[in-house]
Design a protein around this ligand. Structure first.
Ligand code: NAD
Length: 254
């Protein structure tokens, strides 16, 4: 079910038409994506009831800088189990639709909270990975970078990933709880502040400061399966699956 700025309920078909109107009127939109856009590629999100990772453990306990420093073996075992499959996932209809909309000029940038790299795999070119990515790990001492796949191999053979140069421990190039935000977040903020339209897809909008991006554009639209705390600020809200909805939006526009 969708709704308009005034909170009037609309069918999803009507809401997609309204969203398409927004994109036609405000070309060069920014899209903010979260874990929900990748669940249809088989990657669990954090907060979906029943299937999200938060249902079994508190990721904060495992995915923080403090946890990594205090118990590196536990951290790397969990990180490898949970995120190695994400590196092998394939983009779905939602990622592909966004890439086509960028190629046609409707989207100027994607700011993603995801670390799975699926927007780039789908062909999107202007992607700001505000929480890092799964391509590399870096030495916590000399900052030298290595393919993350090599670190995963070391973990699976029972070793802590270490820097080949100085022997210090490696850490993944993702933003953990307690880390500073990367340069990509500043770039995403600039793009959002310059935009006339932001579409949020598949995010609970509860992780700060990434969720502040949703307040920087002049107009907001939200596509998420469940309600978010930002729904009442959006011109159009659609509570539906990302893949088929984005495919329908792209078909409406292209
Ligand atoms: P979240 O888990 O807090 O929220 C995901 C939202 O997506 C939920 O509100 C859910 O209703 C919605 N959703 C789930 N499947 C959907 C679908 N098919 N269509 C539409 N909506 C759907 O995710 P978040 O807001 O991105 O924050 C979680 C943090 O976890 C992020 O910082 C991200 O870095 C990290 N994370 C990333 C991945 C990934 O890279 N794929 C996976 C898990 C977690």
């Amino acid at each position: 079910m969708g709704s308009s700025a005034a909170g009037f309920p609309m069918t999803n078909t009507d809401a997609i038409k309204s969203l398409a109107e927004l994109f036609r009127g405000h070309r060069g939109a920014v899209v903010l994506t979260g874990a929900g856009i990748s669940t249809e590629s088989g990657i669990p999100d954090f907060r979906s009831p029943g299937t999200g990772l938060y249902n079994s453990i508190d990721p904060m306990e495992y995915l923080s800088v403090d946890a990594m420093r205090a118990r590196p073996e536990v951290f790397w075992k969990y990180f490898t189990e949970v995120f190695e499959p994400s590196a092998l996932a394939e983009p779905n209809a939602g990622h592909i639709a966004l890439a086509k909309m960028e190629a046609a000029g409707y989207i100027c940038a994607i700011a993603t909270q995801n670390i799975d790299g699926l927007h780039q795999k789908a062909g999107s070119r202007s992607v700001f990975e505000v929480h890092g990515h799964l391509r590399t790990a870096r030495c916590s001492e000399c900052q030298k970078r290595f393919p993350l796949s090599a670190a995963f191999d070391q973990v699976r053979s029972g070793h802590l990933p270490e820097c080949e140069g100085c022997g210090e421990s490696l850490r993944p190039d993702v933003v953990l709880f307690g880390d500073m935000m990367p340069e990509a977040f500043a770039q995403a903020s600039d793009a959002a502040a310059e935009s006339n339209l932001m579409l949020v897809v598949g995010s609970s909008l509860t992780v700060s400061p990434a969720n502040t991006l949703a307040m920087m554009s002049r107009r907001l639209a939200i596509l998420n399966r469940d309600p978010t705390p930002f729904d009442d600020r959006a011109a159009v809200v659609i509570h539906a699956a990302a893949g088929e909805t984005l495919a329908a939006l792209a078909a409406e526009l292209l």
